[in-house]
Design a protein around this ligand. Structure first.
Ligand code: ADP
Length: 161
């Protein structure tokens, strides 16, 4: 009998993590034997939260699941995955615009490493408008973000602005 351990990687900026990200993580945690949430550290991108801050926030959020862990990646995600012998790359999709971008990204990653399989998980309807960039903007104007991010993130945003 064949017995596979299903391990997936969920990479993103998570600047900061939102309830939309958490929804994908929660649902993926119920499917995969192991889930590694990978916080991207891209030197060309400007983040509000440092990699350490994003890892600490994500670390708090994934505490309920023993088989979900957090790592950082400052290289190509396909290289990161190859080094750890991981093949499933999970991405969340809010709608057709996300899908256009994610589709191209998956083709590019496939070109870099044919072993990598990108799987898409569509957002649950109540989260499809949640976007880290819009939430940061709202938080900077002291708008109410409590329904969009977990309390620990709302607190972190309040202390940034
Ligand atoms: P990136 O800069 O890699 O796009 P993000 O932190 O913006 O990083 O997003 C990480 C992943 O989570 C992406 O696959 C993105 O499409 C997905 N995502 C973001 N917000 C949501 C949401 N509200 N519902 C479902 N997926 C989402």
């Amino acid at each position: 009998m064949l017995c596979f351990m299903l391990k997936a990687v969920f990479p993103g900026s998570f600047d900061p993590p939102t309830l939309g990200h958490l929804n994908i993580i929660e649902r993926a945690a119920s499917i995969f034997d192991e889930l590694l949430v990978v916080v991207a550290e891209n030197r060309l991108k400007k983040y509000l939260f440092s990699a350490d801050e994003r890892i600490a926030l994500m670390g708090e959020l994934v505490k309920p699941w023993q088989h979900v862990s957090v790592a950082v990646c400052d290289s190509l995600i396909v290289e990161f995955m190859k080094q750890r012998d991981l093949r499933i790359l999970l991405r969340g999709v809010r709608g057709p615009t996300d899908f256009d971008y994610e589709f191209e990204l998956s083709i590019m990653n496939k070109g870099l490493d044919a072993n990598i399989e990108t799987l898409f998980m569509t957002t649950d309807p109540e989260y499809f408008v949640l976007r880290s960039s819009a939430i940061k903007e709202l938080a900077s104007f002291h708008g109410d973000i409590s329904g969009m991010v977990p309390p620990v993130v709302a607190q972190a945003l309040r202390s940034k602005y």
